[in-house]
Write a protein that binds this ligand. Structure first.
Ligand code: SAM
Length: 249
C-alpha cells in the first residue's frame, strides 16, 4: 500500500496556497492520496478577539515579529501524534541550510512535514529554541514570506513521491538526481528555422542515444556547474569522456 505524506503549512496567508496546489503533478498526487497538503491559518490558533499574530520587536527597530503563542499552539496540535523519526518541522528562513535535491529526497521519505512560514521581520526565536526545527532556506536572498519557499519545497518533494509522476524513471535522470545536469532535449519539428535536431536522436538506436545523452549531460555540467562533478558518481567512461571534452574545448 502506498504511504501518504502529510504536509502541514503554518501561515498567516493560507489563501496564497489555493491555486498553486490545484495544478499538474501536485493536484494528481493529492487526488491519488499520495499526499495531503493542509495550509493552517495561524490566526486560528489565537485566543484574543482580534486574532493578533504579530507584535513589535523587543529592543525597538523596524517591522513586526510573528508572536510565539499561536505557533507553539499550532505545532503542539499538529505534532502531538507525530513519530519523530518520520517527521520534520521546518522553519523557513534565509538563515537556514540551503534546500537541495538531496534534502528533497530525504523529505519525500517521511510521513509528515510541517512548514512554518515567517513574515515581516521573522518569527520569535523561542519557537526555534523549544521545537527541534530544521531551518531551511531556498537561496541566498530575502523574500517577503515563507509561503513561496514552502511552495518550492512542496513541489520538489511531491514530484519525488512514488507514483507521483506518470513515468517511473522521470526523476532519475533529472538535473541533480544523477549528480549531473540533465542533457538537452528536443521535440518536433526535426528542423526549425534551419536548426536541426541532432541526428543521433532521430535514428532510433537506443544505445547510441543513451551514450549521447550521457556525454551531453557531462558537457553541460562541466560548462555550467563544474562543482557538481566533484561529488557526482562517475564511471571510468565518464572520466574518459570528460578528458576528451576538455581536450576538444
Ligand atoms: N529579517 C529576516 C532576516 O533578515 O533573516 C528576513 C525576514 S523575511 C522578510 C520574512 C520571512 O520570509 C522569513 O521569516 C522567512 O519565513 C521567509 N523567507 C525570506 N527569505 C527566505 C529564504 N531565502 N528562504 C526561506 N524563507 C525565506
Amino acid at each position: 500500500m502506498t504511504q501518504t505524506l502529510n504536509i502541514d503549512i503554518l501561515t498567516i496567508f493560507p489563501e496564497i496556497f489555493q491555486s498553486p496546489l490545484e495544478h499538474g503533478i501536485i493536484r494528481r498526487a493529492k487526488q491519488a492520496g499520495i499526499v495531503t497538503i493542509t495550509p493552517h491559518n495561524l490566526r486560528d490558533f489565537t485566543h484574543d478577539k482580534h486574532h493578533v499574530v504579530d507584535d513589535r520587536p523587543f529592543g525597538g527597530g523596524e517591522g513586526m515579529v510573528l508572536k510565539p503563542e499561536p505557533i507553539f499552539r499550532a505545532l503542539e496540535f499538529l505534532t502531538h501524534k507525530s513519530e519523530p523519526e518520520n517527521s520534520s518541522i521546518i522553519l523557513l528562513t534565509p538563515q537556514g541550510r540551503t534546500f537541495t535535491q538531496s534534502l528533497a529526497v530525504d523529505l519525500s521519505r517521511l510521513k509528515q512535514i510541517v512548514l512554518i512560514c515567517g513574515r515581516y521581520e521573522g518569527i520569535d526565536e523561542r519557537v526555534n529554541q523549544v521545537f527541534s526545527t530544521d531551518e531551511v532556506s531556498i537561496g541566498d536572498y530575502v523574500i517577503s514570506g515563507g509561503e513561496f519557499a514552502a511552495l518550492v519545497i512542496v513541489d520538489a518533494v511531491v514530484r519525488l513521491l512514488p507514483n507521483a509522476l506518470g513515468c517511473k524513471d522521470s526523476t532519475a535522470n533529472e538535473s541533480f538526481s544523477s549528480g549531473l545536469l540533465d542533457c538537452p532535449v528536443y521535440t518536433r519539428p526535426a528542423i526549425y528555422r534551419g536548426l536541426e535536431v541532432p541526428e543521433v536522436l532521430q535514428n532510433g538506436n537506443h544505445r547510441e542515444i543513451a551514450q549521447w545523452r550521457r556525454r551531453k549531460a557531462l558537457e553541460k555540467t562541466l560548462l555550467k556547474r563544474p562543482d557538481l562533478l566533484d561529488k557526482a558518481p562517475l564511471r571510468k567512461e565518464d572520466l574518459d569522456l570528460i578528458s576528451k571534452i576538455k581536450e576538444n574545448s
